[in-house]
Every structure is written in structure tokens, then in C-alpha cells.
Design a protein around this ligand. Sequence first.
Ligand SMILES: *[C@@H]1O[C@H](CO)[C@@H](O)[C@H](O)[C@H]1NC(C)=O
Ligand SMILES: *[C@@H]1O[C@H](CO)[C@@H](O)[C@H](O)[C@H]1NC(C)=O
Ligand SMILES: *[C@@H]1O[C@H](CO)[C@@H](O)[C@H](O)[C@H]1NC(C)=O
Ligand SMILES: *[C@@H]1O[C@H](CO)[C@@H](O)[C@H](O)[C@H]1NC(C)=O
Length: 345
Amino acid sequence: MKWFSLALTLAAPSQAFLRFGCATLSVQRLDPIVQPGRVPSSHLHQIVGGNAFNATMDPKVNVGDKATCTTCSFSEDFSNYWTAVMYFKARNGSYKRVPQYPNALLGSLTGGMTIYYLQESFSTNGKQKITSFKPGFRMTVGSPANDKAENPGLRYTCLQDVMTRFPETAEFPKEPCPAGIMAIHHFPACWDGKNLDSPNHQDHMYNTVKGAFTPAGPCPASHPVRVPQVAYETMWNTTQFNDKSLWPEDGSQPFVWSYDDRKGYGTHGDYLFGWKGDALQRAMDSTSLISGGLKTQTVAQANKCAIQNTVNEPIDGCKLLCVFLTALANDSFHRAQYAPRYVGI
Ligand SMILES: *[C@@H]1O[C@H](CO)[C@@H](O)[C@H](O)[C@H]1NC(C)=O
Ligand SMILES: *[C@@H]1O[C@H](CO)[C@@H](O)[C@H](O)[C@H]1NC(C)=O
Ligand SMILES: *[C@@H]1O[C@H](CO)[C@@H](O)[C@H](O)[C@H]1NC(C)=O
Ligand SMILES: *[C@@H]1O[C@H](CO)[C@@H](O)[C@H](O)[C@H]1NC(C)=O
């Protein structure tokens, strides 16, 4: 199958941004940014991108050189992108994993996410220099310990159909969503220009995101370097759970993240840069992004890229006590590891 619809997307004029699909690489309890080397990590993630992904991901290793395949449609993108995993919690206390589905515009990838690298917005690069991330760069956005709506870049959309994009909410939708729930993660785009990471994985970045895909505010002097505005969209197919007789008797919504969050304010995402060579910089320097010289691969090739599991445990569901839903048991660990941080301008 050819990247017919992707080519159409990229061929449209004045779209100064990258938008592409990445199939699921793995669903495992691994977290090489927040809990490097820990097998298993405290909660389950869904991961897309290059096959250099493992529990450790030493920042000194250039994953763009190490990986040999990627689940992303751009074949030079060996970055890894991950979020928590959504579950349905039944009245009897059991959990069932919610399946993911791909953005239909981007081809029939298996599950996964839609990834964006914006210069400024869909229609302009803002005439500013966008500096690519460097090998070893990583960051997180959001925090599982967060219990209020803080960052306008972390949102949900209740999908009436696959094209629904508004409204966005800070917490899980309260009513059944006919085409599922889209989880949205916008990362900060202001970098301190020095550190590839920081102890809480956020302080080397500064968030000026104002929500949706509106242009972010200017970067402050402390974090002067404008990097690509990275965003994820993950489509969760909740439709098999839309019968309200299955929902909690108190009328609340039944979905829960894999760190046991039923409100949804703790939603977070992890990014680990791994583009090969200067491919991302070339793309950001290109005004059309079609001439960025980025190579693509077929859906079949993207779907085929895989890694071996290092954590072997059932993840599709469980009764009452789920080992992979441990965040509450480990709340102090999470609070220490993720300092909630969002600063708007
Ligand atoms: C993970 O990758 C690192 C290099 O980034 C390597 O040193 C390590 O052996 C790998 N670990 C596993 C379990 O494959
Ligand atoms: C719990 O409820 C779910 C959904 O209604 C059902 O599929 C599952 O079989 C039930 N589990 C037990 C142990 O009764
Ligand atoms: C969503 O799940 C339903 C029920 O399992 C299935 O019939 C439908 O094809 C799925 N939709 C997509 C877009 O995968
Ligand atoms: C909680 O985190 C601590 C510290 O990393 C770890 O030793 C412990 O095994 C974790 N407990 C659970 C239930 O995962």
C-alpha cells in the first residue's frame, strides 16, 4: 500500500508542519526516561517509534544510529513517543484494556498515534528559526500526580466521528463518545539550549502552549531556543464500552489511565528524540516541508517493525488488583519523580 493520503496531506500548500502516523511498537511496563533500567516500571505505556527502545536508553547512545526500523511513516524517525494506556473499569471492579486505532487519514497502521512537529501552526512557520532536538534529548509533559487542570496542551476530545476535534476538555469526557476518545498531548517548544534532560525531565523546557493548535507564546530568556512544537494524538476506541448500563451506578465515567487516574488530569507524555542525522533540522528549515527530503516507508513496513518484550505479563485486563496499575500504591514515588510544572505566559 502506498502513502497516498499522506502524500496528499503533505502536498497541500502552506502546511508548514509534519503530521504522520506511527504504529504501536510495544505495550509494556517500561519507562526509560522516568524510571530508566527499572523492569518493570510502575505503570503500563503504549510506545511507538524506533526499535532501539528498551528499559535503559542511555542518553550517550544516538538512537538515530542504533535503531534499524521504526513504526513511523517517516523512515528516518527513530524517536520514541509514549503515553499511559487506557482501561475500562467495570462495575465489578475488573479492568479491560481499551484498543487504539489509527488516524484514518494516515493509512491503516496498527494502533499507535499521530505525531506532529509544528513550526508554529498549521499555516505558518512564524518566520522563525526552529532548532532541531539533539541526540540524547528527552522530555516529559504532564504528571501522573497532577490532580487539576493546569496545562491547556493536555486535553481530551469526545469523538462524535473520526474527524471531531472540538471541544477539548481537561478531564475524561462525561458521556459515551460514539467514535471513542482522543487524548492530546502538546509538548513545550522552548528549550534552555543547554541540557538534553533535567532531573524532573521538564525544567530544561518551558511551556508557552496556549491550547489546541494555536500558536504558542514567545520563549522567555531562560529558555530562548525555539524547538519544534511536538504533539501526540491517540485515538482510543471506547465504543464497545458505550452502553451506560455498564458505567458506574453513580453516573461517573468508567475510563481510567494505567496509573489509576479516573479524572484524567494526570495525563502525561514522554518524548525521546531519535531522528537520523539532520533529517528533522532539514525538515524544519524547509518552508513547505515537502522539500525537506524526508523519506517515507509503506504502512506494511511500519507495521512490521517490532521489539521483543522484556516484561512479560498479561496486559489486556485483570480482576480487581492489577499489578500494572500500581501508581496509587506508589504515589510517593510518582510525586517525587514528576514535579508538576506548567507555566503559561
Ligand atoms: C538497551 O540499550 C542500551 C544502549 O542504549 C544498551 O547498552 C543496553 O544493553 C540495552 N539493554 C537491553 C536490555 O537491551
Ligand atoms: C465483570 O464485568 C465485566 C463487564 O460487565 C464482564 O465482562 C466480566 O466478565 C465481569 N467479571 C467477573 C469476574 O464477573
Ligand atoms: C472500534 O471498536 C468497534 C467495536 O469493537 C469496532 O467494531 C470498530 O471497527 C472499531 N473502530 C475502529 C475505527 O477501529
Ligand atoms: C514502588 O516503588 C519503589 C521505589 O522504586 C519500588 O521499590 C517498589 O517495588 C514499588 N512498589 C510497587 C508495588 O510497584
